[in-house]
Ligand binder design. Structure first.
Ligand code: FES
Ligand code: FES
Length: 165
């Protein structure tokens, strides 16, 4: 079928891709942009491993066509660390053991990023509700909640307790 040119900003960088109209955003990100942080856990909108942030919303990128992202501003896990410094969420996941195999982590962090933009001081219940569409088969979620609480504190400028330097 006819290919289309799509332009978006990916982690601050202007990016052009040529895609078929039916191509899913997750496939474009991974195969054409070589951003393999967003993972494919199900391809059917259940797991959240493919979550990216688009124009101020968190989106499961297996549910969106690439052509729908034309003109968008996009953030993936690749855009989180700056100048060799981890983002507060990445630090939180490290400090609080928020991951085991790590497969869900890019989606978890990207989803939590949008939560903390909208609600800098979420309760545990808020966090669990917000993260309900992101599945993890390793951690049992408790440490993911703690990791997000850690990041929220740090982003609010409050002291955090670190276990690792
Ligand atoms: Fe998109 Fe699972 S791969 S929700
Ligand atoms: Fe393994 Fe979440 S750390 S799926």
């Amino acid at each position: 079928s006819k290919k289309m040119m799509v332009t978006f900003t990916l982690n601050g960088k202007e990016t052009d891709v040529v895609v078929e109209p039916r191509e899913l955003l997750i496939h474009t990100l991974r195969e054409k942009c070589l951003h393999t942080g967003p993972h494919i856990g199900c391809d059917s909108s259940h797991c959240g491993a493919c979550t990216v942030d688009i124009d101020g919303m968190s989106v499961k990128s297996c549910t969106m066509l690439t052509v729908q992202a034309d003109g968008a501003e996009m953030l993936t896990i690749e855009g989180f660390a700056k100048d060799g410094e981890l983002h507060a969420l990445q630090e939180g996941f490290m400090q609080e053991h928020g991951l085991q195999c790590g497969f869900c982590t890019p989606g978890m962090i990207t989803r939590a990023y949008r939560l903390l933009k909208e609600n800098p001081n979420p309760s545990e219940e808020d966090i669990r509700y917000w993260m309900a569409g992101n599945l993890c088969r390793c951690t049992g979620y408790q440490n993911i909640v703690k990791a997000i609480q850690y990041a929220a504190k740090k982003l609010r400028g409050e002291p955090v307790q670190t276990s690792y330097p």
